[in-house]
Design a protein around this ligand. Structure first.
Ligand SMILES: *Cc1c(COP(=O)(O)O)cnc(C)c1O
Length: 365
């Protein structure tokens, strides 16, 4: 038999991204918005669709969309980079600033794609650890940067999957340390609008800081695949060199620009989800679980007397799908629930109560 071509050994050893897409009644596993996008946006998009000239390549610079985002954040269009979801944003950062011979640092447990994308781009990954409560300290950040001098440091606040928001001294400490070592700080704010503070306020052409955000979570547009990065023009100019030409299609450019005109509706959705998050967190606190406070649109918890996997399966049997983190390093036994509509959250809480009450557990081999 002829030998099959083989992928690079680092790629062959990877597992890929796993998040089962199961058909259930209550889907609370991937941190999407439970609300559809605003109707006014849908109407405006339908109108705009007729004028799209899809026979032509799209505006390669995505000028209008970047201009609209720049206006939204009070920066120049050269300080905005857009891509097909923030995962592609992060991949582009690593293609330019990571790669063979370079190092990316993360603090586990955190968003798995930071390390995953680093590896697929040939970047070495070093991992520090978060504390007992999944907190990150300024000292831990300083120590890791001094020891490893990473070319790219990822912070994620609020952190997925723990919900942890970084203390106010963490970012300045990271910036100071990286300034000395010549590394780039990437703050992933996929859940930024759910939290009270943001790294966006620290953006400055003199600082090695970029902030990534997405339309997937707060903007109720996960299906659109649109993310963006805010940062110094000199940094974003390098990203433009490695991204594929015309990577951002014309439809998405228009849809994203129109979404920004519906910021008030987005704010209402975010406020409703934050209120529900607090209600769910309080309700979980009354069950035999460990619960961690969250600054995002999800909550991490760990059943005390039952295995995380059994509880996950029990919920699935009730047609409620949450994220099973039980086998992830540092998150043993944990599950993560996305905040849904009030009705969905009620279904989840009722099912969880039943599953935890179920005394038949342990009778199976
Ligand atoms: C969901 C998520 C992303 C990915 O967002 P897309 O824009 O949909 O690619 C990035 N970072 C974190 C921390 C996330 O949770």
């Amino acid at each position: 038999m002829p030998e099959r071509p083989s992928a690079r050994p680092e790629i062959a050893a990877l597992e890929g991204y796993h998040s089962p897409q199961v058909d259930v009644e209550v889907r609370l596993n991937t941190n999407e918005s439970p609300f559809p996008p605003p109707e006014g946006w849908v109407d405006a998009l339908a109108d705009a669709l007729r004028d799209l000239r899809l026979n032509r390549y799209p505006d390669r610079a995505a000028g209008e969309l970047r201009g609209a985002l720049a206006a939204r954040y009070g920066v120049d269009a050269q300080q905005v980079f857009c891509a097909n979801g923030s995962n592609e944003v992060l991949q582009t950062v690593l293609l330019a600033y990571g790669g063979p011979g370079r190092t990316a640092a993360v603090f586990e447990p955190t968003y798995a794609m930071h390390a995953q994308i680093a590896r697929t781009t040939g970047t070495r990954v070093v991992a520090g650890r978060r504390g007992e409560e999944f907190e990150l300290t300024a000292a831990a950040v300083r120590d890791l940067v001094a020891a490893e001098r990473p070319d790219v440091l990822f912070l994620c606040s609020p952190n997925n999957p723990t919900g942890t928001t970084d203390a106010p001294d963490v970012l300045p400490a990271a910036l100071e340390a990286l300034d000395a070592s010549g590394g780039l700080l990437v703050v992933d704010e996929a859940y930024g609008q759910f939290a009270d503070s943001s790294a966006v306020d620290l953006l400055d052409d003199e600082r090695p800081l970029v902030v990534s955000r997405t339309f997937s979570k707060t903007w109720a547009l996960a299906g659109l695949r649109l993310g963006y990065l805010l940062g110094p023009a000199w940094c974003l100019a390098e990203l433009e060199k490695v991204v594929l030409p015309y990577h951002l299609d014309a439809f998405k450019q228009v849809a994203g620009g129109l979404a920004l005109r519906h910021e008030a509706a987005m704010g209402e959705r975010v406020a409703a989800l934050v209120a529900e998050r607090e209600r769910v967190t309080t309700a979980l606190g009354g069950l035999p679980l460990r619960v961690w406070p969250s600054g995002a649109n999800f909550v991490l918890f760990r059943p005390e007397a039952r295995s995380g996997h059994d509880v996950w399966q029990g919920l699935l049997d009730c047609s409620v799908l949450v994220r099973n983190c039980a086998s992830w390093e540092g998150l043993e036994g944990c599950l993560r629930v996305t905040i849904g509509t009030a009705a969905e959250n009620d279904r989840f809480l009722a099912a969880l109560g039943e599953v935890l009450d179920d005394t038949t557990e342990g009778t199976e081999p």
